[in-house]
Design a protein around this ligand. Sequence first.
Ligand SMILES: [Zn+2]
Length: 178
Amino acid sequence: MQIREHFAYCPKCGIEVQSSDNHRMFGCEHCGFTVYFNVGASVSGICTRQNGDVLLLKRMHPPRMGSWTLPGGFAEPDESGLEALVREVYEETGLVVTEPVAHSAFPNTYVYKGVTYATFDMVYVCQVEGAPILDGTEVDAHRWFSLTELLDADISFPSLKNAIDLYVSQHDLKKTTG
Ligand SMILES: [Zn+2]
């Protein structure tokens, strides 16, 4: 369910409210209280090692438990995209990213405990070195994927799948055009 559909009462004045198909905001006609359901910003990394393989992690929890995902997570308030990337990759894998370059951003929906959130998933391309040490709370397995293998992997979210497919197509283009 979209966030707005969970509102049966105004959280400020407590009056009963009607359901609405406006998934962008809630506005109380009684007291004027207004809240916007803005998209949540997430940041992920296409983390490559020296031979060009890309690191994917296996999700331990819903949504999309057991699927492969890029290291990443939601940006904190006041955090830059780059700061969020560095923090999230380190928290999940213990790896330090180098040479990060902003790559792409696609929309997604993220269902958590029955609430559907609209997200904006930003992706960086970066380098990492060494073996990941997983945090064991969000992800419980890792694997390095070649570019060909990436296209067949069960990727967690359409936004990240779009970013990965774009990355692979750009890489193939570079190879064929020399
Ligand atoms: Zn109200």
